[in-house]
Design a binder for this molecule. Structure first.
Ligand code: NAD
Length: 484
């Protein structure tokens, strides 16, 4: 049944049905560009989560578990077709719920969603074991079995894309999924669940339980019959998830925050570097885990880069996310806007120079102007803490050792960029930078074929590529005595 935006009340999706929450409670989801309520969404609690987990367990032991891997792959391709058919609606919903510009969702999120699903559809029947001969009188080999029921907990910055980064590999590996979208952006997750059913995925293979982190999220993490939690979000919640998962020793993958350094040398292509530094921090209003929020610039070109970056920031077209020409929308919520504005005050108080931006735009919607701080000290809070907004901290360095010390000097290790024409220097930086991804003469591209993740406060484990096989299957050794 098509999603009716105007019907107002959105129920949970459990076992193939849209069902009311056990508590009868609903919460508002708000369009951050207008502050208008988009819909009232069912608030799952522990009872609903338990129902969803039981349904996913039954699907795992039933139709889904018995399906041939190639047929699973074919169903995932049909799921991709269903998403393609509903693309316009999904783009609109995602924009309404998150404030992302429709142009960006069309250009970036939707292609990534479809690519991810197609990639993992193809992987479904290529999950192989190994024959590992250990002695003459035995046949010894491994098989990889689905890990089980997966709890997927996702943030609000890329609801569709990060949702799919978890759903597609888990399903390809034969697991079933209970998806808990962020409370700020639950709409497209529910729609994805419906499209999965429309494509023919059996009920319970993908259940969707919107609700609050401390209730629905925690219930999923605590549930004794969930085998794995795959989480993207903040380090603070990541730590809570680790503690919660200890109960039944469930497996955990954590993709957490970042404070990524983008390092610019004088011998770089400065046009390209400044352009990428701008999009590296201002894309999605800076609400990107791998945002290049610390721009490290060599002293020889520092003033020039600051000036050009500020000009780019001031020229960004900000406004109604549903207009095709809009490049930047609002922040996702009032809470997030206030958090970013507080950090801008902190930057001022710490003595950084505000070059452009620095405030809210208008009084309706949670718009914050693209902001550039220069003369940022490495120890300042705006250089150390993840702001998750359109705020660039531009830091001066004098030599390679200084740049590496600053780049590695936060609690995070998700991504880094280096811009230089000197390949010897580039390789030295690639070796020394603490990051899950190092971009060279570019900043920001990701691809589902490449492992994605970080270490330290950026989490652990990797998503994407064939890492998924490790993440969502369990190896089993078979030892057959052939010497009887
Ligand atoms: P968050 O940690 O507050 O919430 C993320 C999800 O966790 C939401 O669905 C939320 O409801 C749920 N949650 C909250 N408390 C919970 C609990 N106690 N138990 C279980 N679930 C709980 O993060 P956010 O504010 O939605 O997202 C921003 C953060 O996510 C940033 O730190 C950002 O860097 C990070 N992020 C990381 C990546 C990555 O790939 N590394 C990608 C996107 C966002």
């Amino acid at each position: 049944m098509p999603f009716d935006l105007l019907d107002g009340q959105q129920n949970l999706l459990i076992d193939g049905q849209r069902v009311a929450p056990a508590s009868g409670r609903y919460f508002d989801t708000v369009n951050p560009a207008t502050e208008q309520v988009v819909a009232r969404v069912a608030e799952a609690d522990a009872e609903d989560v338990d129902r969803a987990v039981r349904s996913s367990r039954a699907a795992l032991e039933g139709a889904w578990g018995q399906m041939r891997a190639a047929d699973r792959g074919r169903l995932l391709l049909k799921f991709a077709d269903a998403i393609r058919g509903a693309q316009d609606e999904l783009v609109e919903l995602e924009s309404l719920d998150s404030g992302k510009p429709v142009s960006a969702i069309r250009r970036q999120d939707m292609p990534a969603v479809l690519d991810t699903l197609a990639y993992y559809a193809g992987l479904a029947d290529k999950i192989n074991g190994q024959v590992i001969p250990v002695r003459g009188d035995a046949l010894t080999y491994t098989v990889r079995e689905p890990l089980g029921v997966v709890g997927a907990i996702v943030p609000w910055n890329f609801p569709l894309m990060i949702g799919m980064w978890k759903i597609a590999p888990a399903l390809a590996c034969g697991c079933t999924v209970v998806l808990k979208p962020a409370e700020i952006t639950p709409m497209t997750a529910l729609r994805l669940g419906e499209l999965a059913l429309q494509a023919g995925l059996p009920p319970g293979v993908l259940n969707v339980v919107p609700g609050f982190g401390k209730v629905a999220g925690a219930a999923l993490v605590d549930h004794p019959d969930v085998d794995k939690v795959t989480f993207t979000g903040s380090p603070a919640v990541g730590r809570q998830i680790l503690r919660g998962a200890a109960g039944n020793l469930k497996r955990v993958t954590l993709e957490l925050g970042g404070k990524s350094a983008n390092i610019i040398f004088p011998d770089a292509d400065l046009d390209a570097a400044v352009k990428a530094a701008g999009s590296g921090i201002f894309f999605n209003s800076g609400q990107v885990c791998s945002a290049g929020s610390r721009i490290l610039v060599h002293e020889a070109v520092y003033d020039e880069v600051v000036e050009r970056l500020a000009a780019r920031a001031a020229a960004i077209r900000i406004g109604d996310p549903r207009q095709p020409g809009t490049a930047m929308g609002p922040l996702v919520s009032e809470v997030q806007m206030n958090r970013v504005l507080d950090y801008i005050d902190v930057g001022r108080q710490e003595g950084a120079s505000l070059v452009t931006g620095g405030g809210r735009i208008g009084e309706e919607g949670y718009f914050v102007s693209p902001t550039v701080f220069a003369n940022v000290g490495h120890d300042m809070r705006i250089s150390q803490e993840e702001i998750f907004g359109p705020v660039a901290a531009v830091i001066k360095f004098s030599d390679d050792a200084d740049a590496i010390r600053i780049a590695n000097g936060t609690r995070y290790s998700l991504a880094a960029g280096v811009w230089s024409g000197d390949m010897v220097r580039v390789h030295r930086f690639v070796r020394k930078l603490k990051a899950g991804t190092v971009w060279v003469n570019t900043f920001g591209p990701t691809d589902v074929r490449l492992p994605w993740g970080g270490s330290r406060d950026s989490g652990f484990g990797r998503e994407h590529g064939d890492m998924a096989i490790e993440n969502f299957t369990e190896p089993k050794v078979v030892w057959i005595n052939t010497g009887l």
